[in-house]
Design a binder for this molecule. Structure first.
Ligand SMILES: [Fe+2]
Length: 347
């Protein structure tokens, strides 16, 4: 195999491509299986591996590559994106509309046991601008953040607030509402929901109108469980009210102004409107410091700047598989138009 960093500015991801045009899936699987420690070592060092140029045309082939690296795939998902199952262990990465940007995040930082590894596979590229799944090395984001900001966050932690509509359709008119609690927990049984919530450290609160609020308090920075390196490990830049307008600003600068400036203005106006018309604790997503105090917008600006400085982009090619050490490297999604099918699995 040829191996080389995809982008000289970042250790993540390491690009792995076939030699002498041998693109067979079995060749890749044999290379992984021949020395499993090598793959784990490379993942620890680089944080992500991009397998490109191999014959990985369908969800089953993708699942075989995922399992070669992490045999024990999971299929419980308590995150915010709507996802559809393609096989029992392969899902669409996100059913959110293409114009929604997904800010950088390590997967499910707010659950008790976040995934160790995450895999993406491009089954259909969108074929135009955008639609990348950029990565950012969150070890580097931690290192680049102003020590005054990151130390304050490390000390105070974060409190994640999520509000979900229920099976009766409550919350449907809110454009920021992502999915229903019965979809997320796979049941309409409230006692079972409470059990699953408790197992993940979420405090559930049933609302009079059938909605469910989940709150969880967690550290903002974690040590990588194997290497001990400090990693920026929270969803604040995704859940803060400043997120949509802040992201569209960077997106407009990268992709050309139109239509992203329009969305930036729309997101900014909506955030302003919500600020005067509703309790932020009622929003689909919200975040505060661990003690419940508001986070200054300037902190979020500093965090977004550190993240965008470290983002690495590549246009998806059909059959690409990205293997990510979720404990050190974050991912997101650039907005796009057109067809696009990117699958995900995790362990
Ligand atoms: Fe994600």
């Amino acid at each position: 195999m040829h191996t080389a960093p995809l982008d000289a500015r970042s250790v993540a991801p390491l690009l792995v491509t076939p030699v002498a045009g041998d693109a067979a899936l079995d060749t890749l699987l044999s290379w992984i299986n021949a020395d499993p420690n090598r793959t784990q070592r490379l993942l620890l060092e680089h944080g992500a591996l991009l397998f490109r140029g191999f014959s990985i045309p369908d969800p089953d082939s993708f699942e075989r590559v995922s399992r070669a690296i992490a045999p024990d795939l999971k299929n419980d998902y308590l995150g915010t994106s709507p996802r559809d199952a393609v096989t029992p262990y392969v899902f669409t990465a996100s059913e959110l509309p293409g114009h929604y940007p997904i800010p950088q995040h390590c997967e499910m930082t707010f659950v008790k046991t976040p995934p160790e590894h995450l895999f993406f596979c491009c089954l259909t590229p969108n074929g135009g601008a955008g639609g990348e799944t950029p990565l950012a090395d969150f070890r580097k984001v931690y290192a680049d953040l102003d020590p005054a900001v990151r130390d304050r966050w490390a000390e105070r932690g974060v409190r994640i607030v999520r509000n979900y509509g229920g099976p009766e359709g409550h919350g449907k008119r809110d454009p920021t509402q992502l999915k229903r609690w019965d979809e997320m927990f796979g049941t309409t049984d409230r006692a079972l929901v409470e059990q699953k919530a408790a197992a993940n450290g979420f405090t559930p609160r049933w609302r009079d109108d059938g909605r469910l609020q989940l709150t969880s308090v967690q550290a903002a920075v974690r040590a990588h469980p194997v290497t001990g390196q400090p990693v920026w490990f929270n969803h604040a830049n995704v859940f803060h009210p400043s997120a949509p307008a802040g992201e569209y600003g960077y997106i407009a600068a990268r992709m050309g102004a139109w239509p992203w400036r329009f969305w930036q203005l729309a997101a900014w106006t909506l955030a302003r409107y919500h600020r005067w018309t509703r309790d932020p604790e009622d929003a689909a997503m919200h975040v505060t410091f661990g003690d419940g105090a508001a986070i200054p917008a300037s902190d979020l600006d500093a965090i977004r700047a550190a993240i965008w400085k470290n983002m690495v982009f590549t246009q998806w090619q059909a059959g690409d598989v990205m293997a990510i050490d979720n404990r050190s490297v974050a991912h997101g999604r650039m907005p796009y138009a057109g067809p696009r099918l990117v699958a995900v699995s995790w362990a």
